[in-house]
Design a protein around this ligand. Structure first.
Ligand code: SF4
Ligand code: SF4
Length: 117
């Protein structure tokens, strides 16, 4: 499993924002900005597709992930990810896991590896 698992379980290494940033791929930035503008029903510019991942303390982060309450909750509790949380899965996380089965799979795999599953 990637070492870039976000607090919520999403794999940042597979995210187009991460790939566009790490590869300096302007075409992928533009494509992702168009797709995410539709998904988020908002105007997202290619220049905003700039992110080195949820777990990075330094460097750019996509503004929606920067303000993610799951991320701030995990950070506030000093956890590596939500997989380590005694309240796993809290209702807030559960709503995301229902929409993103791969995030659930990643967190469950971490919990099994740590003997929590
Ligand atoms: S933190 Fe960045 S790389 Fe991770 S899911 Fe969010 S936008 Fe993608
Ligand atoms: S309460 Fe636990 S599982 Fe829920 S968002 Fe916070 S760290 Fe994650």
């Amino acid at each position: 499993m990637s070492a870039r698992i976000a607090f919520c379980g999403l794999d940042c290494a597979l995210c187009p924002a991460f790939l566009a940033t790490s590869r300096k791929d302007q075409g992928l930035r533009r494509k992702t900005a168009q797709e995410w503008s539709q998904i988020y029903d908002s105007t997202i510019e290619a220049s905003q597709i700039n992110c080195l991942g949820c777990q990075q303390c330094q460097g750019p982060r996509f503004f929606i992930c920067q303000h993610c309450t799951i991320r701030s909750c995990g950070l506030g509790r000093g956890l590596p990810t939500c997989a380590d949380c005694p309240d796993y899965p809290c209702p807030q996380l559960q709503r995301l896991l229902d929409l993103a089965p791969t995030a659930r799979d990643n967190l469950e795999a971490l919990r099994r590896r740590e003997g929590r599953g």
